[in-house]
Design a protein around this ligand. Structure first.
Ligand code: CTP
Length: 400
């Protein structure tokens, strides 16, 4: 997906510099042409020879090439690149870039670059949280640079917290998303996404609901809109703000979500059904607040319509339907059953019992099942990164 793209990787002095080797390898594997610029201190953490071998090109770190008396032209390098990524970005270099300092080749290339610049900071948690670091990151954002947020976990200091450089796979995803957005990969595609829970009213003040946060569906909506799609989000009650540039239809109950989805589906190219729709609703809704009386109270529930199944039965050639399956047991078997029963093209399986997954968590682990292909497993990732994987599967499928 990065075939022929010219990518300049800037490496700073940080323990995370070892991960830049993997980043370069992944970029080259994706078909990118890679050049590497290191700060002088980066070489204390990873050898230029390693990075040059992986990039298949000598690494730049000094203005002057003493061997043949030539100088490395930072302007040329800055103009050559389609995209520059600084990974890892150390606190020191961040401070320099935020203030326009230029005492090494990397800073000069950054100042000369006309292409989009991504930075992946890496530092200890207190350094990362420090007001000056955050102000410097804000300064880079204000210059139009993009920040690939640091991730949480065990740090080189032994402390635990936010500051680890984003995993190389996540940086590559951000770069792929950048070019996919630039190409407008989903331009002209009309997409509906259901997200969040549904609330099934019982009386004027009570409902039956579930813990779905809506984060997964919202993240998919943002990625697809970034790829140029015209997205309508049909959202159950969540605390999330409306994502900018996305049309949001707010609904409460499964019946309302069903009505909205069915109304929009005839003019939809892709439907992603990420909502945790209540399977049943109270058979009657009391007009007044139900009073407590007997020791036991029996509630009669009636089945809600299955939005996914109803869209599946109306699906026409050229329409793509993606569903989710939340399974606590027999995941693959149950998901495969839903794929067929609801006439879906893909189903994204997740298991709330896996550590770090499910409602309310920011991370998830998924398996994608498609028709006539082997299930594809993904590792535990942030919901944003998962959204990227799902959308990449969709675009690859559409390209076939
Ligand atoms: N779904 C839907 N409408 C419903 C129920 C589910 O659109 N009334 C969609 C979900 O958004 C998801 C897929 O169907 O994309 C599977 O949802 P899930 O709750 O896992 O499956 P159910 O069909 O409800 O089966 P069960 O609860 O028995 O596992």
């Amino acid at each position: 997906m990065l075939q022929g793209k010219k990518i300049l990787v800037g490496v700073c002095g940080s323990i995370a510099a070892y991960k830049s080797a993997l980043l370069i390898r992944l970029l080259v594997k994706e078909g990118a042409e890679v050049r590497v610029v290191m700060t002088p201190s980066a070489a204390s953490f990873i050898t230029p020879l390693t990075l040059a071998t992986l990039a298949k090109h000598p690494v730049y770190s000094e203005y002057f090439n003493e061997a043949n008396g030539t100088w490395h032209n930072h302007v040329e390098l800055g103009l050559w690149a389609d995209l520059m990524v600084l990974a890892p970005l150390s606190a020191n270099t961040l401070g320099k870039l935020a203030n326009g300092l230029c005492d090494n080749l990397l800073c000069a290339v950054y100042l000369s670059a006309r292409c989009p610049v991504y930075v992946a900071p890496a530092m200890d948690l207190d350094m990362y949280a420090h007001a000056s670091t955050q102000a410097n990151l804000q300064a880079l954002l204000s210059y139009g640079n993009r920040v690939i947020d640091a991730e949480s976990g065990e740090l080189a200091s032994g402390l635990d917290g936010k500051g680890r450089m984003a995993e190389p796979e996540h940086i590559v995803q951000a770069i792929q998303a950048h070019f996919a957005a630039e190409r407008g990969t989903l331009k002209g595609k009309r997409v509906i996404i259901t997200a969040g829970p549904t609330y099934e009213p019982l009386d004027p003040v009570r409902f039956i609901g579930n813990h779905s946060s809506g984060k997964m569906g919202y993240a998919i909506a943002e990625v697809m809109a970034g790829y140029g799609a015209e997205v309508t989000l049909i959202a159950g009650p969540t605390s999330l703000p409306d994502p900018p540039g996305i049309k949001c239809v707010h609904v409460m109950s499964a019946l309302e979500m069903h009505a909205s989805a069915l109304a929009l589906f005839p003019t939809t190219d892709i439907a992603v059904l990420a909502a945790a729709v209540a399977d049943y609703r109270p058979a009657t809704v009391a007009e007044q607040k139900i009073k407590k009386s007997e020791d036991e109270f029996t509630l009669t529930l009636t089945k809600n319509p299955d939005i996914a199944k109803d869209l599946g039965s109306r699906k026409e050639v050229g329409q793509l339907l993606v569903g989710f399956a939340l399974e606590t047991n027999n995941g693959l078997e149950n998901a495969q059953g839903k794929l067929e029963k609801k006439n879906l093209d893909f189903i994204v399986l997740n298991s709330p019992s896996d550590e770090g997954t499910g409602f309310g968590h920011d991370t998830n682990r998924i398996t994608i099942l498609a028709r006539n292909t082997k299930p594809k497993e993904f590792e535990l990732k942030s919901k944003k990164a998962i959204a990227q994987d799902i959308v990449n599967e969709i675009t690859t499928y559409l390209d076939r």
